[in-house]
Design a protein around this ligand. Structure first.
Ligand SMILES: Cc1cc2nc3c(=O)[nH]c(=O)nc-3n(C[C@H](O)[C@H](O)[C@H](O)COP(=O)(O)OP(=O)(O)OC[C@H]3O[C@@H](n4cnc5c(N)ncnc54)[C@H](O)[C@@H]3O)c2cc1C
Ligand code: SF4
Ligand code: SF4
Length: 410
């Protein structure tokens, strides 16, 4: 299906809303304009995150967390395929009659392409991670026009924010949202440049993942695997603007508005599930017989790692944080980090705090006037321990004072 062109906006990940019949809705539905997390958390989960409950400040509202994997991992999946299997099960059980998600573009396996899937077996086409943005929500109106009233959506946080902001206007009988965490996304073109720096045969790379043991895993078309320690990545050769400002400053790493979040950060080598509400529990129930579930573990201390990351980010002054370290020391540090650095939930907490600090530092530098509207209170609570506090002009706006009816950034 040919989608309408998107108008240019500086802070936009082309979630698809601007390509719908009423693009003005971006003004009240965009994560990058005037997000209201407490209100949407209450709308979706019945309550906003409660910082007095363990881990909710970091991960958003949830009922239960699990370390998880499919008993029989799915071929082509990014991890073991829980995300696409949850959706396939929901289709098979009739919870939904269509699922909106991303598959590969026919001309470029790494480029995401929005898909509407109605048969459980077809969810296999959506397995695996793509790098880049594609207008997922532009398929919502066509799906509803085609008569689908019970819809499942698999999305990354900036897509799910806009979806939730509009949910009540869609007239759906049911909406189930499966979210993945997301960080450090970039354009598909920029990602191909990165692959070119990692290997002499970038076109043969079929899989890439930043693992929780501080290594990048590459898989090749001929079945080979390669592990590269984070410290050995060719970060210094990437252009300063490799990561767009959107992805350096977005404020929801763990997809807090999904019914269930499926990631890996807190999974210690397995996947990591956050069941956030009754719909999330219903989705998980359908798949439980196919899963190995256990309580997530936690080890190590994050404070030093996060402090070091913040110092590097400050030194990089808006570019990519480079670790200045002699070559001979890199293998030693690469050996130490997975063994003694934060692991399991502590790793996930560390990454959430790092991302919160990045938001503050990058937005302060590149778009300071956006801070009070774009940076919610929970981000400041996360950065407080590292001395990053809001200046008077950066204090988050109370939402009742902050309800723009038209988009307020260009
Ligand atoms: C850019 C990006 C960054 C991520 N960063 C993290 C991270 O830092 N920490 C973490 O715990 N998890 C992260 N994830 C999620 C993680 O990579 C896995 O996708 C997730 O754990 C699900 O694995 P799975 O085997 O269950 O997925 P599969 O069953 O293989 O399904 C993958 C699903 O991802 C969706 N998808 C793939 N690419 C995109 C895309 N570009 N945009 C939107 N949706 C897409 C597809 O619709 C599909 O449903 C990231 C995902 C993306 C897309
Ligand atoms: S809601 Fe935001 S991200 Fe989505 S199209 Fe509009 S401006 Fe872009
Ligand atoms: S990093 Fe944030 S802004 Fe970028 S694609 Fe992911 S959720 Fe969207």
């Amino acid at each position: 299906m040919k989608l309408p062109e998107a108008p240019h906006r500086s802070l936009c990940t082309d979630c698809g809303l601007s390509r719908t019949d009423d693009p003005k809705r971006c003004g009240r539905a965009c994560q990058f304009i005037a997000p209201d997390y407490p209100a949407l958390e209450a709308q979706v989960h019945g309550r906003a995150r409660d910082a007095s409950r363990p881990d909710e400040l970091h991960f958003g509202p949830f009922q239960t967390m699990y370390r998880a994997r499919m008993k029989a991992p799915k071929a082509g999946a990014q991890w073991t395929g829980i995300t696409t299997s949850l959706a396939a099960r929901a289709l098979a059980d009739g919870l939904v009659d269509a699922v909106l998600c991303m598959g590969p573009d026919p001309d470029d396996n790494w480029r995401p392409c929005p898909m509407l899937i109605t048969k459980p077996a077809d969810m296999a086409q959506a397995r695996g991670m793509r790098m880049g943005y594609a207008p997922l929500l532009a398929l919502l109106e066509p799906a509803i026009a085609a008569g689908h009233k019970r819809i499942g959506v698999i999305g990354i946080p900036c897509q799910v924010y806009a979806l939730r902001a509009l949910e009540r206007e869609l007239g759906l009988e049911r909406l189930y949202v499966i979210g993945t965490p997301c960080s450090d996304n970039t354009t598909t073109e920029a990602f191909h440049t990165f692959l070119g720096l990692l290997s002499d045969e970038p076109e043969a790379i079929t899989y890439l993942e930043f693992r929780a043991d501080y290594r990048v895993e590459l898989r090749f078309a001929d079945g080979r695997k390669q592990l590269i320690p984070f410290l050995d990545l060719p970060i210094s050769q990437l252009p300063r603007d490799f990561f767009p400002l959107t992805c350096r400053t977005c404020v929801d790493y763990t997809n807090v508005l999904a019914d269930i979040t499926v990631g890996y950060m807190g999974g210690q080598g397995d996947q990591w599930l956050l069941v956030r509400n009754a719909r999330g529990a219903e989705l998980l129930e359908g798949l439980k017989a196919e899963l190995v579930l256990s309580a997530p573990g936690s080890a190590g201390k994050r404070k030093g790692a996060v402090t070091g990351f913040i110092e590097n980010t400050k030194r990089a002054a808006g570019g990519l944080p480079l670790r200045r370290m002699p070559g001979w020391l890199r293998p030693v540090v690469s050996w130490i980090m997975p063994r003694f650095g934060p692991r399991g939930l502590e790793f996930a907490r560390a990454r959430v705090e790092m991302k919160a600090a990045e938001t503050v530092l990058h937005l302060r530098r590149d778009a300071p006037r956006r801070m009070k509207a774009m940076v919610p209170a929970h981000i400041w609570q996360l950065t407080e321990a590292y001395g990053l506090l809001p200046q008077p002009e950066e204090q988050p706006l109370m939402r009742s004072d902050n309800a723009p009816s038209t988009p307020s950034h260009d």
